[in-house]
Each structure stands twice: as structure tokens, then as C-alpha cells.
Write a protein that binds this ligand. Structure first.
Ligand code: SF4
Ligand code: SF4
Length: 188
């Protein structure tokens, strides 16, 4: 009696002449191998050639500026708390008079670092951020010879005014709708 119907009864049938000389099986195998030579290559010469990623691929983070070029991050720490890999560290500072053009909120991240060796690119930091300040992007983290090179600070994370990172594809209608709802503590 069997628990499933997937078991097969093995028969010890005798090999035919052609099966015994193996040649048909060898030619069949060679034909499959040769047919692959003429198919489109599935490998790319990385890093010279990069595969196109989906717009919503979860890769290298960006810290966004607002429309006026001010840093959106207010160093609330929600991203760091949400991060399951404990990859994010930050030091908060108070905005000084005259710095209104640099930082949108009264508190900002003086230091903001992500350890890319710890990060698992889950996107929880993006989900947790109430200020639309951090997003993952479809860029990859380049390789490095030193571990220090994988600690990404604000110099590598904050976008620049002349090189804005488009994250509009990540903000689906349902995400934007959710973020407008002030009943959620997340959005207050
Ligand atoms: S993507 Fe995930 S693991 Fe990486 S920093 Fe954000 S929350 Fe942490
Ligand atoms: S959750 Fe957003 S605003 Fe808060 S510290 Fe992280 S990036 Fe900055």
C-alpha cells in the first residue's frame, strides 16, 4: 500500500541491442548540447554589461531630497528599528538657523550609514520611513576589496540635485494612498 500515487514500479527489463551500445543515447545527448550553441546566450559579461533590472528591484538605497533640494530624512530612527539586519546607524543633530535650505525638518541625520554587508535588501527601511526619505533602487552595490568600502555614508546615499534618482515606479497608487492616511501613526 502506498500513501501517494507517485511511486513507480521498477522493471528489470532487458536492454535492446541499441540500448546496449549506448550510441543513440550519446548522439541524442550531443544533439542537445550542440543545439544550445546556437541559442541566445543567457550569460552577460558583468560588470561591463549589466542586466536590466526591474524598476522595483530592491538594490542600493538612496536618501531623497525634497523638491527644494532639502534632505527629507529627519533622523527619526524608524528605518533602523525596522531593519532586521541592524545595518543602519545614524547620529541625529538639530538644524541650526540658516540651514533651512539644507534640511527639511528641525532634526536631521548628521551621520547616516548603511552597512551593505549586513543589508539583506528586504526593503523594510523604505516601508518604515514616514518621510519618503529612503528608497531602495534598481542599482546594485559594486564589489570592493575592503570591508570598509561597504559602509555607505551620506556621501554615497544622498542623491544630488543634478543626479536625481527616480523612485516614482516604487510608489504604487496603494502605497501613496496609505501614506496619505493620517489615521496611521506611521504617517503622522
Ligand atoms: S533593506 Fe532591509 S536589511 Fe537593508 S538596510 Fe533596509 S531594512 Fe535593513
Ligand atoms: S525612517 Fe526615514 S526619516 Fe526616519 S531616520 Fe530613516 S530615513 Fe530618516
Amino acid at each position: 500500500m502506498t500513501l501517494t500515487n507517485r511511486s513507480k514500479v521498477v522493471s528489470n527489463k532487458k536492454f535492446s541491442f541499441w540500448e546496449m551500445i549506448y550510441l543513440p543515447a550519446i548522439f541524442k545527448g550531443m544533439a542537445i548540447t550542440i543545439s544550445h550553441l546556437f541559442r541566445k546566450k543567457t550569460t552577460v559579461c558583468y560588470p561591463e554589461v549589466n542586466r536590466p533590472f526591474s524598476e522595483v528591484y530592491r538594490g542600493l538605497h538612496v536618501l531623497k531630497l525634497d523638491d527644494q533640494g532639502r534632505e527629507r530624512c529627519t533622523a527619526c530612527g524608524l528605518c533602523a528599528v525596522a531593519c532586521p539586519a541592524e545595518a543602519i546607524t545614524m547620529v541625529a543633530a538639530e538644524r541650526k538657523p540658516g540651514e533651512e535650505k539644507l534640511f527639511r525638518e528641525e532634526k536631521y541625520a548628521k551621520v547616516y550609514e548603511i552597512n551593505m554587508l549586513r543589508c539583506i535588501f528586504c526593503g523594510y527601511c523604505e516601508d518604515a520611513c514616514p518621510k519618503e526619505a529612503i528608497f531602495l533602487t534598481n542599482r546594485t552595490v559594486p564589489s570592493d576589496y575592503e570591508r570598509d568600502g561597504f559602509i555607505y555614508g551620506k556621501d554615497k546615499l544622498v542623491e544630488t540635485l543634478d543626479k536625481r534618482v527616480d523612485v516614482s515606479k516604487r510608489q504604487t497608487a496603494s502605497v501613496l494612498e496609505f501614506k496619505k492616511d493620517k489615521h496611521h501613526k506611521h504617517n503622522q
